[in-house]
Write a protein that binds this ligand. Structure first.
Ligand code: AMP
Length: 183
């Protein structure tokens, strides 16, 4: 049962507007379904937009932020629970352990790092939680192409595609979560 979703996404306020629209739609849809959001605890970029949409919809948001980022004043104090931790590792541990599923929106190095970690951990059998890529505007296509290259060079085993699901929109992500919850 997916009752809590961890979202990884950009902290940039300059990302394209269509990404913000998807972040809003995802947040509203999670709130409607009474599915809690777990995320990196920032008020900035797509992160802030997703959290705001859940809060506006009357949902629950747990943010986990390391102290050094809180000190840079990027923390979101208008969420249900803000957890300030000492290290990035502690934060990532909570972000992964509190998730029933992961949704990855467009993002930069931070988002890529978080995606690679949960993919690797799935590959190693440390978890079997759904990983859903929100591929708005084909954002993830080049990375998915790079995965094919890695597999073609025999550095990842065939079948790796089963580790993740790809959805073109927040609506598709939410429908997938509904289907997974009906199983
Ligand atoms: P990025 O994609 O590089 O913008 O990094 C975003 C991801 O890394 C988020 O999912 C966060 O967990 C983490 N992160 C990076 N920068 C920040 C920030 N300024 N505030 C909060 N979390 C951040």
């Amino acid at each position: 049962m997916i009752s809590s979703v961890t979202v990884y996404c950009s902290s940039s306020g300059k990302a394209p507007g269509s990404y913000f629209d998807e972040a809003s739609a995802l947040g509203s849809g999670l709130a409607e379904r009474n599915i809690g959001l777990v995320y990196g605890g920032g008020h900035v970029g797509l992160m802030g937009r997703t959290a705001d949409a859940v809060m506006q919809g009357g949902g629950s948001v747990r943010g986990i932020i390391p102290r050094f980022l809180e000190e840079k004043e990027v923390a979101h104090y208008g969420i249900t629970e803000l957890h300030v931790v000492e290290t990035m590792h502690e934060r990532k541990m909570l972000l992964t352990s509190w998730a029933d599923a992961f949704v990855i929106l467009p993002g930069g190095f931070g988002t890529l790092d978080e995606l690679m970690e949960i993919l690797t951990w799935k590959h190693l059998g440390h978890h079997d939680k759904p990983i859903i890529l929100l591929n708005v505007g084909g954002f993830w296509n080049q990375l998915l192409g790079f995965f094919e290259r890695i597999a073609g060079d025999h550095m990842v085993k065939p079948g790796y595609e089963a580790y993740y699901e790809i959805c073109d929109s927040a609506e598709a992500v939410l429908s997938l979560i509904d289907r997974l919850n009906q199983r």
